[in-house]
Ligand binder design. Sequence first.
Ligand code: CA
Length: 226
Amino acid sequence: MRILVVEDEEKLAGILLRSLRGEGYAVDAASTVAEGLEMAQATHYDLVILDLQLPDGSGTRLLTSLRGHHQDAPVLVLTARADLDTKVENFDAGADDYLTKPFAFAELLVRVRALLRRGPVAKSSTLKVGDVELDRLTRQVRRDGQRVDLSPKEYSLLEYLMLNPGRVLSRSMIVERVWDHSFEGLTNIVDVYVRQLRRKIDDGSEPKLIRTIRGVGYTIDTEGGA
Ligand code: CA
């Protein structure tokens, strides 16, 4: 297992390198965004440990660039900045885990092991049915290239449909998957949400992708429906 550590604080980088090597990992070190990017493009890594505040810019830039080049190594972000916005921004950019400095080394090792066990991240985060694209990383949805704004529940409903193209999903399957156990309403909530989703996805576009299967439920496919 080969790990790339991108960290500019020499002392911390030294400790990381020694400890990870002590665990038997092959470890390379970079101290800037540019250096990290160059190394990640030249070598296949099983894991990248990434500091956010680097001398030539933000680690987030490196992360975005890696994912843009389809580098699928899991990325563990290390930073002193623990605010929620920073976390959200980095998970959106494709981070797999997050550790706030200062951290216990034992915890870092546990996370490293978990990420290595999980293996490469999915090559593509995008689901596609017809000209509808759903990016599971950024939670953005587009139809024919045009951005469609969905509420979180509408998004979850569309994601579930798009994970099962052509398969008929019953109302109770949808309720079980999209709503959680605290939901005790009727399954006709599904009809309400499908109607809203159709308005945003299918109104004004052809073919209509979301189909009603009378008496059963719903499906999404490219054959056109009503
Ligand atoms: Ca730093």
